[in-house]
Ligand binder design. Structure first.
Ligand code: SF4
Length: 280
């Protein structure tokens, strides 16, 4: 069995940075409470390892009264930021990814300049909830271009969640352009996401089976699975090596592997080792 691994598979820049900052914070604050609000990245086993080293994951900012708060890669809401500002006993280590910061600056600018904002994203994702809180949720959030209403608009600003598919943003432009007097588009999909998706698509075209490795809650991993499935029905999204099934590989000659932005290289290697073993 031949195994091909996408070059971009595994940790992205923002995730590497967040983990590095969390580890450094834990080392420097050994006897101090260290928290993250929600998982720092969307990979349970990486989060578990950090928890073993002392990081506490809380789901409500009011549970943090003192200590150090490491802000997750996909940022926090305006209300949470205000709570931290008021509470002087909390020291902040900001691991928000610069791509998310950039999207926030753009959405605030669009709001200030009175554009009607169309936001391509999943309204239940923490990144989306966080960003929208800074503009009082004053945006039309959609995941499917068919949701865009067929009516005329004067000034429209179009922006995207950092992990969406470029094709979706392009189709939103196509749909909105005839409806608007002015359309301002920002491609806020992060570069690593675009490269990773492109490579996954190419790889899915040339193999018989695709494995997409990454957290089940990870938006970018879910998108990778969708993209690969469009090319190849035999695409499997697994979170851990334990979910692999030998029966999937019957008659398979070429296997492609890609992984979400929160997946460590060692997890990819574990998958390779098992498949290689079965191939032999
Ligand atoms: Fe940043 Fe993109 Fe990684 Fe999200 S996927 S953390 S936006 S680099």
């Amino acid at each position: 069995m031949e195994i091909y691994v996408a070059r971009s598979a595994g940790f992205c820049y923002g995730v590497k940075r967040a983990i590095k900052l969390a580890k450094k914070t834990l080392e420097e604050n050994k006897n101090i409470y260290c928290y993250t609000l929600g998982p720092i990245i969307h990979n349970p086993s990486v989060v578990n390892d950090l928890e073993k080293d002392g990081l506490k994951v809380v789901n409500n900012i009011s549970d943090v009264k003192e200590g150090v708060l490491v802000i997750r890669s996909h940022g926090i809401s305006k209300e949470e930021k205000e709570y931290i500002k008021k509470n002087k006993a909390i020291k902040v280590v900001d691991a928000t990814c610069p791509f998310v910061e950039k999207a926030l600056a753009i959405i605030e600018l669009l709001k200030k300049e009175r554009y009607y904002i169309f936001y391509l994203g999943d309204k239940n994702h923490p990144e989306v909830k966080g960003l929208l809180s800074y503009i009082e949720n004053d945006a039309f959030v959609f995941l499917n271009v068919d949701e865009i209403p067929e009516k005329k608009f004067k000034k429209v600003g179009l922006i995207s969640q950092t992990t969406q598919k470029l094709e979706l943003l392009q189709s939103a432009v196509k749909k909105l352009l005839p409806l608007c007097e002015e359309l301002r588009v920002y491609n806020t999909i992060c570069k690593t996401t675009t490269v990773r998706q492109k490579e996954a698509k190419e790889l899915a075209k040339k193999v018989d089976l695709m494995i997409v490795l990454g957290g089940k809650m990870s938006s970018n991993t879910k998108k990778l699975t969708e993209i690969c499935k469009e090319e190849l029905e035999k695409t499997y999204h697994i979170e851990t090596v334990k979910e692999l099934k030998k029966s999937w590989f019957k008659g398979v000659k070429k296997v492609g592997i890609t992984a979400g932005a929160s997946t460590p290289k060692e997890h990819i290697q574990e998958v390779i080792d098992i498949i290689k073993n079965w191939g032999e």
